[in-house]
Design a protein around this ligand. Structure first.
Ligand SMILES: *[C@@H]1O[C@H](CO)[C@@H](O)[C@H](O)[C@H]1NC(C)=O
Ligand SMILES: *[C@@H]1O[C@H](CO)[C@@H](O)[C@H](O)[C@H]1NC(C)=O
Length: 251
């Protein structure tokens, strides 16, 4: 009750003030009032335009920064499962092994750089592989041994960059996990390469400072007998819709 009694006089006191303010607004020149409104809406429009310009600038600038500073190639991750027929007798069920890869494919350089991590289920070596389609050379860096091996690129095994990109784009969705087969090939070290600077910048970057050897397919070497003391390492990888085991033997 007391509060109401105190409040009502205040309300009454406020009312004359409000009236005075309304009178002031009404007293204003109607022309000035409308002009004032016009300029404020104009300012608003200008501000909006400015904001639009800033936004457009941010979008275009962002696109330019993206275009000039982002790498012009894409790194893909892919996984396949392959049927290892060497293990066929051990298990009744089909025995599929997974193999994962990371592929950096640079179409404008005609290069594919493949990373093969330490495999979970096989005794093959982790590796980095460069396929140089301009020089038609393949280099394997065996990451366990730290040695580099160079051989002419086998175009019937390695897909060209565009097709390889398509394959990895399909693999990257994860919904496509192909069950494939294993192709075996055997290579023999023929000579050491002292100077890797003539093998192109990508193979140079891979092999510089490493012991580097030239390879030849064993089935292309005539009159070479398999020696009893041979040091072989395998790298399992894929650059096509099937998995390849590259066995590299050093005598
Ligand atoms: C490429 O690889 C396939 C399959 O391993 C083989 O049959 C063929 O002889 C190889 N070609 C060259 C040029 O090494
Ligand atoms: C390797 O070869 C290149 C050109 O063929 C030459 O410029 C360079 O000095 C050589 N490097 C070594 C260590 O022999």
């Amino acid at each position: 009750m007391v509060k109401i009694a105190f409040n009502s006089p205040f309300a009454q006191k406020d009312e004359p003030k409000k009236e005075a303010a309304e009178a002031l607004v009404a007293d204003k020149d109607p022309e000035i009032a409308t002009r004032g409104g016009g300029s404020s809406s104009g300012r608003c429009l200008l501000t909006l335009l400015g904001l639009a310009f800033i936004l457009a600038g941010v979008v275009v600038g962002g696109a330019c920064i993206y275009k000039y500073f982002m790498p012009k190639h894409k790194v893909y991750r892919g996984e396949m499962c392959y049927f290892d027929n060497e293990h066929r007798e051990r298990t009744a069920e089909p025995y599929f092994l997974p193999i994962a890869e990371k592929a950096d494919i640079r179409e404008e350089d005609n290069i594919a750089i493949i990373d093969v991590p330490v495999p979970e289920f096989s005794d093959s070596d982790p590796a980095a592989i460069v396929h140089d389609f301009d020089r038609l050379l393949t280099a394997y860096l065996d990451l366990q041994l730290g040695n580099c091996y160079v051989i002419p690129l086998n175009t019937s095994i390695v897909m060209p960059p565009r097709n390889l990109m398509d394959l990895f784009a399909k693999l990257a969705t994860g919904s496509y996990l192909p069950q494939t087969y294993l192709v075996r090939e055997e290579m023999v070290v023929t000579e050491e390469i002292d100077n890797v600077s003539d093998l192109g910048i990508f193979i140079y970057q891979l092999c510089v400072g490493k012991e580097t050897f030239r390879l030849q397919r064993r089935d292309q070497i005539t009159g070479l007998q398999k020696r009893s003391v041979e040091n072989c390492h395998s790298i399992r990888h894929f650059e096509n819709s099937f998995v390849v085991e590259t066995k590299i033997c050093q005598q």
